[in-house]
Design a protein around this ligand. Structure first.
Ligand SMILES: [Zn+2]
Length: 202
C-alpha cells in the first residue's frame, strides 16, 4: 500500500504512484486546504507549477484518514484556502446541473452529488468563521470538524460527481502566470468563483 501524508500535491502524487504500481492508496491529509483527498483523480502540473491535465484514476482512495487535531495545529491559511476551494463546489455543480454539463466521469451528476454540494456551501456559511477562529487557537471544535468535512469529503464528492465549471477552469488558467505561484489552489479558485458569478450575472 502507498500512504500519502501531507497536502494536495503530496496526496495527488501518492494517488498517481499507487495507480501506476497497481497498489491501494491510503490518504492522510495533514491540512484541509483542498478537496484532493477523496477524489479518484490527480492533477498533473508542469515543473513550473502550471496546470497540465487531470489524471483520472479507476478508484477512489481505499482509506481517507483525517485527524482534526493535526488540522487544528496547521496554519490557518491552509484551512481558509480549503474553504475557498470548497466554496466553488456548489456553484460549479449547479452550473453543470442547469446546463446538463458532465461530472468528472463524463456523465450527468446524480441528485446526491448536487445535494452534497449544497450541504458543502451551507456548512461553509454556517461554520466557516467559527472554524477559522478555532484553527487560529489550535483547538478542535464541532465547527472545525464540520468545516474539515466540508473542505474534504463534501467538496470532494461534490466536485467529482457534480462536475466542475468556470471557477476551476479560470484557476487552471491562472496557474500559467508566474505571479500566482505564491498563492494556493483554493485562493485562486476563490478568484475563479467570483469571476464565475460575474460571468453568469449572479
Ligand atoms: Zn479545487
Amino acid at each position: 500500500m502507498i500512504a500519502g501524508i501531507g497536502g494536495g500535491k503530496a496526496l495527488d502524487t501518492a494517488k498517481a504512484v499507487a495507480h501506476t504500481l497497481g497498489l491501494p492508496v491510503a490518504i492522510v491529509p495533514t491540512i484541509a486546504s483542498t478537496d484532493a483527498p477523496t477524489s479518484a483523480l490527480s492533477v498533473i502540473y508542469s515543473p513550473e507549477g502550471a496546470f497540465k491535465r487531470y489524471l483520472i484514476l479507476p478508484h477512489n482512495p481505499s482509506v481517507v484518514l483525517v485527524d482534526t487535531g493535526v488540522i487544528a495545529r496547521a496554519p490557518v491559511r491552509f484551512l481558509v484556502a480549503g474553504m475557498g476551494d470548497a466554496l466553488s463546489t456548489w456553484f460549479e455543480a449547479e452550473d453543470c446541473r442547469i446546463k446538463r454539463g458532465t461530472n468528472m466521469t463524463g456523465r450527468l451528476g446524480p441528485m446526491t452529488a448536487y445535494a452534497l454540494a449544497r450541504l458543502c456551501y451551507d456548512t461553509l456559511l454556517q461554520y466557516g468563521v467559527l472554524a477559522k477562529a478555532a484553527c487560529a487557537q489550535q483547538v478542535v471544535t464541532p465547527a472545525l470538524e464540520h468545516i474539515v468535512e466540508a473542505n474534504t469529503l463534501l467538496s470532494g464528492l461534490g466536485f467529482e460527481s457534480g462536475g466542475l465549471a468556470a471557477a476551476h477552469a479560470i484557476h487552471n488558467g491562472l496557474t500559467v502566470l508566474h505571479e500566482t505561484h505564491a498563492y494556493w489552489h483554493g485562493e485562486k479558485v476563490a478568484i475563479g468563483t467570483l469571476a464565475l458569478l460575474m460571468l453568469a450575472d449572479r
